[in-house]
Write a protein that binds this ligand. Structure first.
Ligand SMILES: [Zn+2]
Length: 332
């Protein structure tokens, strides 16, 4: 039986979702209004153009440029809280059962907020919606932000529990190699903060190997692992979840070398693949669309798509009781 979006409704899970890359047009208008600079002069098409890459996206660096405008809208306590609440409400509306939202607290500090104030505001927003979500705090690849990244890890350790569940490393992988951030994640390990790392997206298999050596519990993207059969075998043996974001990987060129069927190869090799959206506005997609796209490209049926959703539950950083509930939702 063909996979249908209707059947997936209420069962959708997204574990790799950047909140700041997932601002809808209406949310952008609302956040701009809160910041005192309404977007009334812009049409919806013009707002969309500022928050989404076109078909001509060259690489990850151009992709990352699309965060500049959304980030300008999330710089006050009120904006951070409202941003998270609006996103959660939109996910609920679209039929998600659960999501792990990620953002880099240091990116919301351009107008004077501290990282702690950002986390507090995000938690306020999270609690204002009845949708079930958790937060992942991202560190950023950069040349001179070691102190800010370490502060993010300390905050993740302090707030670790029911709502903040993990840390991440995001940003320009081809410019700032994964291994450079080993000291940051050594501290995460000391504090018992689980983490995922973007690796094998703009950089190759060595980046994934470095992320694994640093103790990553999951790999963000990871599709370029397909360039190295021994690494694919290791990922499959260890069942390290791979957060595949297909549309985003087409846009950034991550799939160029390994081909669009790399995701199928990872699945066939027995890897624990999880389908995610990365950025709902920047990539102009969402996890329901991603599952439909991949079921089409790879010829997946309902049983395989259900398995992908169960993989997401297994891979999630949620507590066991939440995972048990989500398994029931997906099976039901
Ligand atoms: Zn990402």
């Amino acid at each position: 039986m063909a996979v249908s979006l209707e059947r997936l409704r209420g069962r959708l899970i997204d574990l790799h979702l950047h909140s700041d890359g997932s601002i809808s047009i209406s949310a952008a208008r609302r956040l701009a209004e809160l910041g005192g600079t309404p977007l009334d002069a812009l049409s919806d098409a013009e707002v969309f153009d500022r928050i989404s890459v076109g078909d001509s996206c060259e690489d990850l660096n151009e992709y990352l440029d699309k965060f500049v405008f959304p980030l300008s809208l999330i710089q006050t306590r009120e904006q951070v809280a409202e941003h998270i609440r609006l996103l959660e409400d939109e996910l609920k509306e679209r039929g998600y059962a659960y999501a792990e939202l990620r953002f880099a607290p240091q990116s919301f500090c351009e107008r004077g907020l501290t990282q702690r104030q950002v986390v507090e505001a995000a938690l306020e927003g999270l609690r204002a919606s009845d949708f079930e979500a958790r937060l992942i705090l991202c560190c950023m690849r950069g040349a001179d932000n070691l102190a800010a990244n370490l502060e993010t890890i300390e905050l993740a350790g302090e707030y670790l529990g029911n709502e903040v569940v993990a840390a991440d490393l995001a940003g320009a992988e081809a410019i700032f190699p994964t291994a450079d951030f080993a000291p940051v994640f050594e501290r995460a390990r000391e504090l018992g903060v689980p983490f995922t790392i973007h690796a094998g997206e703009a950089d190759g298999p060595q980046s994934v190997r470095d992320a694994l050596a640093m103790g990553a519990a999951r790999i963000g993207h990871g599709v370029r692992a397909a360039e190295d059969p021994a690494l694919v075998r290791e990922l499959a043996e260890r069942q390290v979840p791979i957060e595949v974001c297909y549309t985003s990987e087409l846009q950034t060129g991550a799939l160029e070398g390994v081909g669009v069927h790399a995701v199928g190869e990872l699945l066939e090799a027995g890897c624990k693949v999880v389908i995610c959206s990365d950025n709902n506005s920047v990539s102009n997609t969402w996890v329901g669309r991603e599952l439909m796209l991949l079921s089409d490209v790879l010829g997946l049926g309902n049983a395989e798509v259900t398995q992908l959703l169960l993989n997401a539950v297994d891979a999630s950083f949620a507590d066991e009781a939440t995972k048990a509930r989500l398994r029931g939702v997906i099976a039901g």
